[in-house]
Write a protein that binds this ligand. Structure first.
Ligand code: UDP
Ligand code: MG
Length: 331
């Protein structure tokens, strides 16, 4: 006998894949990106596709080109932000606007090959909520960038609570529940790599060769990378704060011992006058330590200040979208 709940089945749903592309001054590569993406999407196992270009305040012809592309390809939507908010905010906007059952985040500069998307979709179909792409090669990058990146991941693994996978960028696929989880995180300082790792869920890694930029140039300089790393540390761990107190305890102990030593030395040799060099060294050292500890507190305090204001992460100027007319078929 068939019980009632056995007869319940899910109506077959058409699967929708969202492609999220943050763009900032990418006029040179957009058309090539679009044609390679379209060609790659042909073999992706989904019924419908939406391509969300998030224009992050570009100052070149990017918006014009995107709107033109949207006229010929109805899958394209353009979310035009009111100014440049940065890639993290642009991705957040894309994730909030995405209505797909899964979403792929991909750079517009063709460093992330769109040809891998079908493979990512396949892994999603296998039941993974997050398919992240690990770069095998970073040949196009400078020695300094590579070493600083690995130092960052090493430190993050050492003191952070979530394991941020190394050599993994933002190029990835997220399932609907992963997108919803990310959209629930309301923090203003968005260190996406960390947030992606924070949500957990079954994840699958795919390795690939990262190509050099097709055209245009990277938007990152070392100062921005440094701040990005600071953001990563401060938004995922409070270990530096604890470190300050431990260093404080250690220096107090050391100065106690040193004080004892000076006291005994004075008693034994009876010479109270010399000691200027050691005095100045100790004062400078302690002054430096105090400023360092204050600086660490300041980094956290500043971020709390930004969080407390609760400003929106981005503002949308316009949302360009072709409205499809659905014909209602009555059976
Ligand atoms: N991007 C963005 N806003 C920014 C900077 C970059 O939307 O403020 C986009 C950019 O158009 C590209 C992606 O983010 O699609 C990656 O940028 P980039 O290639 O400069 O970074 P890299 O590959 O050097 O890490
Ligand atoms: Mg790039």
């Amino acid at each position: 006998m068939m019980r009632e709940r056995d007869t319940v089945f899910q109506a077959p749903r058409r699967s929708l894949l969202s492609i999220i592309v943050p763009v900032f001054n990418e006029q040179e590569v957009l058309r090539e990106f679009h044609s390679r993406l379209s060609a790659a999407l042909v073999s992706a196992q989904v019924d419908e596709i939406e391509i969300l270009f998030v224009n992050d305040g570009s100052t070149d012809e990017t918006l014009g080109i995107l709107r033109e592309m949207a006229r010929t390809d109805q899958r394209i939507q353009v979310i035009d932000l009111s100014r440049n908010f940065g890639k993290e905010a642009a991705m957040t906007a894309g994730l909030e606007f995405a209505s797909g059952d899964a979403a792929v985040i991909i750079d517009a500069d063709l460093q992330d090959p769109p040809e891998l998307i079908p493979q990512m979709v396949e892994e999603w179909r296998n039941g993974f909520d997050m398919v992240y792409m690990r770069r095998l090669s970073r040949q196009s990058e400078t020695w300094l960038k590579k070493t600083s990146a690995s130092a960052f991941y090493w430190l993050m693994g050492l003191i952070g609570r979530v394991q941020v996978p190394e050599n993994v960028g933002d190029f990835r696929l997220l399932s609907r529940r992963a997108i919803d989880a990310l959209n629930r995180m309301l923090e203003r300082t968005r260190f996406m790599k960390g947030l992606f790792a924070w949500i957990g869920f079954p994840a699958k890694e795919i390795a690939y060769h990262r190509e050099p930029r097709q055209a245009g140039k990277t938007k990152w300089n070392y100062w921005q990378l440094w701040n990005f790393a600071l953001e990563g540390f401060t938004s995922f761990t409070i270990t530096p704060l604890k470190l300050a107190s431990y260093v404080g305890v250690l220096t107090s102990l050391a100065s106690l011992l040193y004080g004892l030593f000076v006291f005994l030395k004075t008693l034994l040799t009876g010479d109270p006058v010399p000691g200027y060099p050691s005095l100045i060294v100790v004062i400078a050292f302690l002054g430096g330590l105090q400023l360092l500890a204050l600086g660490i507190i300041g980094e956290y305090l500043g971020r709390m200040f930004i969080e407390a204001k609760q400003r929106p992460l981005y503002l949308v100027n316009r949302h360009y979208k072709t409205i499809k007319r659905h014909t209602l078929s009555l059976v």
